[in-house]
Design a protein around this ligand. Structure first.
Ligand code: SAM
Length: 221
């Protein structure tokens, strides 16, 4: 089985004895990788859409120590669950999944995420639940960058800097940091250009609206 570097990296944050709940399991590629890596691991794969869920069922059928759940976010997570993986979705979705069941988040010890956008929103949400950022890793695959983050429950309150929350926790130590930084700057510049264009569009719209007013009155006064 060819496994993506991103999936492998998420798997690196899971220890042999962890009982893992994977939220947003899609077709179960992470489950297949983890089962091959740690034969005795227990994993619950949660998916909230029937299409991917049917493929998940098919891909994982007959495998030991795997439970499947067609349910939303962490709604079906039980009190024994200590480790949750939420990968391959946006930070706002991750925030909504956690905030939908704060009581269940309070019972967790470890959260591993791979937020594909708005990572800062996911980081802030998890830290506000009393977790510390243990480690973050940059992955470059098929011309795209990903950041995988591990959080663990902490007794101490950690006051993270804006750099840690917005950009990344000690990501400057990652060997891929210089490339990732350039990619972020370039992406931000593209967004800035688009917003500037929108400003121009507003000017153009205003000009055309004014012209229409003039056209309606033209020759009448
Ligand atoms: C892009 S896939 C990522 C699959 C896999 N986790 C990975 O990282 O490769 C995201 C999956 O999360 C599922 N998903 C999104 N929101 C969810 C939610 N609230 N509860 C359960 N699954 C969700 C989607 O249906 C989709 O199958």
């Amino acid at each position: 089985m060819v496994v993506s570097t991103r999936i492998k990296t998420i798997g690196d944050f899971i220890a042999k004895g962890d009982a893992v709940v994977d939220v947003g399991a899609d077709h179960g590629l992470f489950e297949l990788y983890l089962i091959a890596k740690h034969q005795n691991i227990t994993i619950t794969a949660i998916e909230n859409k029937i299409g991917p869920y049917k493929i998940l069922e098919n891909n994982l059928k007959g495998l030991k120590n795997i439970k499947l759940s067609l349910s939303d976010g962490i709604a079906s997570v039980n009190k024994e669950t200590k480790t949750v993986v939420i990968a391959g979705m946006g930070g706002i979705n991750i925030k909504n999944i956690l905030n939908a069941h704060p009581d269940k988040v309070k019972g967790l010890q470890k959260i591993v995420i791979d937020a594909h956008r708005d990572i800062d929103i996911a980081r802030r949400t998890i830290v506000n639940y009393g977790f510390r950022i243990v480690c973050e890793k940059i992955v470059f695959e098929q011309n795209k960058f990903y950041v995988v983050s591990e959080f663990k429950r902490s007794e101490k309150v950690h006051n993270y800097s804006e750099n840690s929350l917005q950009i990344g926790h000690q990501l400057y130590k990652d060997e891929l940091w210089p490339k990732y930084r350039d990619y972020l700057i370039e992406t931000n510049n593209k967004t800035i250009e688009k917003i500037k264009d929108l400003d121009n569009m507003q000017d153009k719209v205003l000009k055309l609206m004014k012209m229409n007013e003039r056209l309606r009155k033209y020759g009448k006064n």
